[in-house]
Design a protein. Sequence first.
Length: 82
Amino acid sequence: MIYSTQEELFKILSGAFKVKLRIIKNRYDYIKMVDIWNYLKINKWCKDKNLSISEMTNDIISVDIDKVVMFLKQYLRQEGKS
């Protein structure tokens, strides 16, 4: 599948994000799709080449949500300092 923009790719992957959010909703109801997106984009996908939609979907479903939480907390701390 080909995409032209990051927004388009985000929409293509939205189903996988929704599944992950349903899996974690009881414990992490404050995590949003964009939080997982930003974590993976910055910490994983920027290092990989020629990723397929299925590989990205697998990354979303299998991401360690505790790492996303730590990433989000770090981001919020940095925003507070600005």
